[in-house]
Design a protein around this ligand. Structure first.
Ligand code: FIX
Ligand code: ZN
Length: 420
């Protein structure tokens, strides 16, 4: 290498270290998880067996063990964990994103490099989420707050909220309304049983009653946003049930409380129902309804994530057109090293640091550790590259700039959007 080349490589290495130090030191706000505050008791999952029974790993394990579905589902959680462990860590090398994540968790808990067993993992992790254990995981993950996914139609969860639970401030609520928006007939039955005067054809006092119901949940849970997911069937404007629910209930309530509406688009549910939670798939979807939602409702805010890789470019372009749209996260099947890097570069190149690069979607407490380790790796790599190019073009990049950008990406963009 020439002397100039060596100097440039050293400068790039020094830059990489500065960026890494700041990325590691910046605590994250994890704006979409399936974790629950400890007050919601058994809903907060942790420990080795829960990790093995993560639906990502269950679906991967079926490709190896090929057990009949009813045999697998008939087993206890402990037995299922053993089946998954054998398939993915003994009969296979844990190369997938989700399987290798388990190794990262074990490392973070001080497991010696080399090989370990499920028995070892059970000994190192706790299956009881004590306050000290939660603090330890948050600290290892570099996360200081997580947003839950709270479903008012889930009976177990509803029972806790009805008791007037006290929520640990490290956990914030989000109201997840898939049942209301995607299965209105079921939602109606449930609401009628709770004494709300609602009708499946939306007649009579339905809208006023739905608003009363939603207001009561906003009051009870103090959410940071309201959300639902959709496949490729979102339409807007729409005079069908979903469109009317949006226009007459969700959007007005969100406006009143300045709550963003979060749309998670592209999940095709129950493609293989035998796999239960693991049986959902992906679909491309149109961005036109999102465009119209943003254009026709300028006083609403929209958090949007798309599941299909093919939709990522259009989402970013749409965000350039509408400032009330905040793209977030690399969801589920696009949460892989390769795709997170591609999507993060694309977003930085078209939006600058004005998006939310990642959420964890953690279902088990310890997931926070590997999901955020991965996100930090990619964000640090991409930022180093981009800052390096700026320096070469003649723009000085100070630590304060890096700190401001990383804070925006990991926390401020979310809070500023929620609070706007
Ligand atoms: O709809 C969602 O919030 C999805 O993230 C989940 O339903 C999905 O099962 C999941 O865990 C993906 O990471
Ligand atoms: Zn999720």
């Amino acid at each position: 290498m020439t002397q100039a080349g060596t100097q440039e490589a050293l400068a790039q290495e020094a830059l990489a270290q500065r960026v890494r130090r700041i990325v590691d030191a910046t605590p994250v706000v994890d704006m979409h998880t399936h974790l629950y505050a400890p007050a919601l008791k058994e809903l907060l999952l942790c420990g080795a067996d829960e990790l093995m029974c993560f639906h990502y790993l269950i679906s991967e394990s079926f490709r190896v063990h090929r057990l009949p579905y009813d045999v697998f589902w008939g087993m206890s959680k402990r037995e299922q964990a053993e089946v998954v462990w054998r398939a993915l860590f003994e009969q296979s090398t844990p190369l997938s994103e989700a399987a290798s994540g388990v190794i990262e968790i074990a490392q973070a808990f001080g497991m010696q490099p080399g090989r370990f067993t499920l028995h070892d993992l059970r000994a190192v992790l706790s299956d009881t989420p004590t306050a000290a254990y939660i603090d330890k995981v948050f600290q290892l993950a570099g996360v200081d707050l997580v947003v839950m996914t709270n479903d008012p139609f889930d009976r177990a969860e509803r029972a806790y909220w009805a008791q007037g639970v006290e929520i640990d401030p490290k956990f914030r609520a989000s109201l997840r309304l898939d049942t209301l928006v995607n299965q209105f007939a079921d939602a109606c039955q449930d609401l009628q049983a709770q004494g709300f005067d609602v009708a499946p054809d939306l007649s009579g006092r339905t809208f006023a009653e739905l608003e009363r119901w939603l207001e009561s949940w906003v009051e009870r849970t103090q959410p940071v946003y309201v959300a639902f997911s959709a496949a490729d069937d979102l339409v807007y404007p729409d005079d069908g049930v979903r469109g009317q629910l949006l226009d007459k209930v969700l959007l007005p309530v969100c406006r009143r409380h300045k709550l963003p509406l979060s749309l998670m688009i592209g999940a095709r549910r129950r493609v293989n129902p035998d796999l239960r939670l693991a049986g959902d798939s992906v679909t491309q979807a149109s961005l036109r309804p999102v465009e119209r939602l943003c254009a026709d409702n300028p006083d609403n805010k929209f958090l949007i994530t798309m599941l299909a890789r093919e939709n990522q470019h259009e989402l970013v372009v749409t965000a350039r057109k509408f400032h009330n749209l905040m793209p977030f996260g690399c969801w589920w099947f696009v949460n892989t090293d390769t795709l997170v890097e591609e999507i993060t570069r694309l977003r930085l190149e078209l939006l600058g640091p004005t998006f939310i690069p990642q959420h964890s979607d953690a279902r088990v407490l310890e997931h926070l550790i590997y999901k955020w380790q991965r996100a930090r790796d990619v964000v640090a790599r991409v930022l180093t590259d981009k800052y390096g190019a700026l320096v070469r073009r003649g723009w000085a990049v100070e630590d304060a700039d890096i700190e401001r950008d990383v804070r925006r990406l990991f926390r401020d963009n979310f809070w500023d959007f929620v609070q706007a």
